[in-house]
Design a protein around this ligand. Sequence first.
Ligand SMILES: Nc1ncnc2c1ncn2[C@@H]1O[C@H](COP(=O)(O)OP(=O)(O)OP(=O)(O)O)[C@@H](O)[C@H]1O
Ligand SMILES: [Mg+2]
Length: 400
Amino acid sequence: MRIIGLLSGTSVDAIDAAMVQVRQHDDELALTIEAFASTPFEPALRQRIQALIDHGAGGVAAVCELNVELGVAFAAAARTLMQAHPGRPVDLIASHGQTVYHQVAAGRTRATLQLGAAAEIAERTGVATVSDLRSRDVAAGGQGAPLAPYLDALLFGAARHDRILLNIGGIANITYVPAGAPWSAIACDTGPGNALIDGAVMHISAGAEPFDRDGARAARGQIDEALLAEWLAEPYFAAAAPKSTGREHFGRAFLAPALTRGLADDDLLATLTALSARSIAAMIRRLTPAAEVIVSGGGAHNHTLCHGLRAALGAAYPLQPSRAFGLAEDAKEAVLFAVLGLAHMQRWPANVPRCTGAGHGVVLGSLTPGRDGAVPTVHPLPAPRRARLVNTEEATEHDA
Ligand SMILES: Nc1ncnc2c1ncn2[C@@H]1O[C@H](COP(=O)(O)OP(=O)(O)OP(=O)(O)O)[C@@H](O)[C@H]1O
Ligand SMILES: [Mg+2]
C-alpha cells in the first residue's frame, strides 16, 4: 500500500508530506520512503494559526475557518507530491493536521484538537484520508501524545543497547527504547525544542527571521546561567514520564517574561538554546545510564543546540542524526503518520499505552472515504513486530 503521511508540527513552519510504500513480510514491515516534500506556510496563514494557538485570536469563527483552510492546504501538499510522481498511485492519506489546542492536565477537561478538515483532503485528492489520530488515545485515558513510540519501537527496537529517539520540533520529545524490549518503551515531551528559540528570533528580528539558522546567533551569545537555573526549576522538567506539553506552556506565556529580562539578543538565544539542550539531556539521563541517541526534527540542524546536547550528555550517549539510519531528519514524523494510517486500516492498536498513559491499546484515527466512497482494500494481517527502511533502489529491484 502506498500512503502519504501529512503533518504540521508545533513550529507551524510547514506542511510535511512523505510518500511511503509499505509492504509486510510476516512480522516485519518494509518501508520505502519514495518522496518527501515540505511546503512552507504562507506567512499570513502561519500568523493566524499562531495567533489562534497563542491567544485564541478570532474565536470559534477562526477555528472553523482555519479548519477548512488548513484542510485545503494539506490537500495541496498531498497533491503536489502526487503530481510529482504520477506513476505512483496513492491508496491512502494519513493526516495529523495542525494542533491548535492540547490540554491534558489532570483536573481539567482533557482535550486535544488538530485542524485540517479531512473532508477537504479526501475531496480534493480523491484519496481516502485517516485523520484525528490523537483523540481516541485521550478518550482511553491517555495524553494523545507522544505517538512516535509506535514507529520508534518497530524501527529501532532491534539493537543490543538502549536507544533514545529524540525529535526536536517546536517541542522536543524522546522515546527510550530499551535493548531487547522495544514495547517497554518510555516516552515523553521533554519541554521546549525550537519553539522558544523561534519565538525569540521572530521577536528580535520583528518577524524577518523565522528561526536561528544553524544556531548561529546562539553560538555568538553567552549563556546566563542564573536565568537558566531559574527556568530549569519549572515543575514540568521535574515531572516523570509519561508527560506531554505544548505551546500553551512553552510558547508565548513562557517567552513574554523572558523577553523582559534585559538580556542582549544573542545572550537570550544562547540561554534559550541551552534550556532546550539541558532539559532534553536531563530527561535522557533520568531514563538510562547509557544509550545511543538518534536525533531527528528541524532542531537537528541547529548546531549550537546539538553541541549543547553533546556537552550535557557526555560520552555515554553518542549522538547520531536519524539520516545515519536511512531516515531523513525532516521526514521522520511524516513517515510516522503514514504508518499510523496503515495501522488504522489494519485495525492495529498503535498507541503505546505505557507512553501515552492510556488504559489500553486503541485503534487510532477516523477514516473519510475518497472519491465515490473509495477506501483501500486491506487484507488483514497480524500486527508487525518490527520494521525496516528499504531504500528506493532496493525496492525497485524487489518489484521487478
Ligand atoms: N538550519 C536550521 N537551523 C536551526 N534551526 C532549524 C533549521 N532548520 C529547521 N530548524 C528548526 O526546526 C523547526 C522546524 O522543525 P520541525 O518541522 O521538525 O518541527 P515541528 O514543525 O514543530 O514538528 P513537531 O512539533 O511535530 O516535532 C524550525 O521552526 C526551526 O526552528
Ligand atoms: Mg515542521
